[in-house]
Design a protein around this ligand. Sequence first.
Ligand code: PLP
Length: 452
Amino acid sequence: FTPDPDEGARVRELDRAHLFHSWAAQDAVSPIPVAAARGRHFWDYDGKRYLDFASQFINSNIGHGHPKVVAAIKEQADRICMIASTFANDVRGEAARLIAGLAPPGLDRVFFTSGGAEANEHAVRMARLHTGRPKVLSAYRSYHGATATAIGLTGDHRRWDNDAAAHSGPNIVHFFGPYLYRSHFHATTEAEECERALAHLDQVIRFEGPGTIAAVVLESVVGTAGVLVPPPGYLAGVRELCDRHGIVYIADEVMSGFGRTGAWFAVDHWDVAPDLITFAKGVNSGYVPLGGVLISDAVHDTFRDRVYQGGLTYSGHPLACAAAVATIEAMRDERMIEHAAWLGESVIGPRLREIAAHHPSVGEVRGLGVFWALDLVRDRGTREMLVPYAGSGAENQPVNEVVAACKAAGMWPVYNYNRIHVVPPCNTTEEEALEGLAILDEALNHADKHVV
Ligand code: PLP
């Protein structure tokens, strides 16, 4: 493409005149007009290139403009753009077959949605109808989406403004999951953290009344709230608690699924089979909106002769399903899952640890696959966060400076409170990863200035 700053200015003006932006005070929004995107890069209208270390919303797991997926969408558009979910459709069936084939055994049915929040919304509804119980447990330090139930489940500050309208209330109860670096349980080892986090969840279940709890909803690796990788045994322990009390275990794999952790689903790392798995994002890298719920035989059986009162106009949209089929095939053919695992273990992880060694502002490096976070601190001894939880304005300056330096140098990062997340597409090359990490290394000098 040819750079065209005038067109860029027009695109920005259009946006400012007519677009209402998510998670933002509208007057503070200043979006970069994007002219082109290909592979792991995108370009603005001035011709400036950005390395996408965010995979957009941590969803473009195969990068931008994958030719096979683009071709599959075009081909499907020529055949059938839309056919309602009342009808059987070839790509819809094939997408469901492929997705079920990637899931742990016993999860053979798929209910398609248009995104992750809707998937959680329906998973919770299925669990409530299946068990006949009202309550749902979810974790503090979590994000499950922005619809009423999904934002109610969410365990971070984004819920606060929504509490009045969200379906949180007495039927959603939050608990603390494992997070050794900032342990809520005064643990000093992973084993201790695991045991105490499970004991805490057990207590919450007992005090809420096991017979009142329909589901536990849990991100298999917590994403936006910190890339928190559960200690070995934690997810198996959750599975065991759910089994003991007849509670439906819902794994939210919207962000952690489809290669992000170097596995098709994050639960694969710990060999755990939930009752319901929610997915979206990486299922087709967002080329066309798609999400869904993978459903166990037991939950499915509830609705064999009972009507499931739920549906969506765009459930199993053929363009989205064609994109999913092509995405899964491309990921398989190009061994992207294996590559993501290797990149995390051999390139990103080791390089981030080297970076941490000479930046006093880095308190902890954690992650796996193409799913990493730097926990930034003012003081390594006390682990005081570089910027406060849910802080605002000038309080966030130290992290804003790091982010601005990354962007100025042509790398687009993800940040959240005191953390920088490194979440590039699964097919990022070693050279691209090292290039982005070198930019981050340099940018962290801004954080170091604020270390006490
Ligand atoms: N669940 C998790 C773990 C997520 O990370 C997200 C989005 O970031 C969602 C659910 C919501 O997905 P969507 O934005 O597609 O509704």
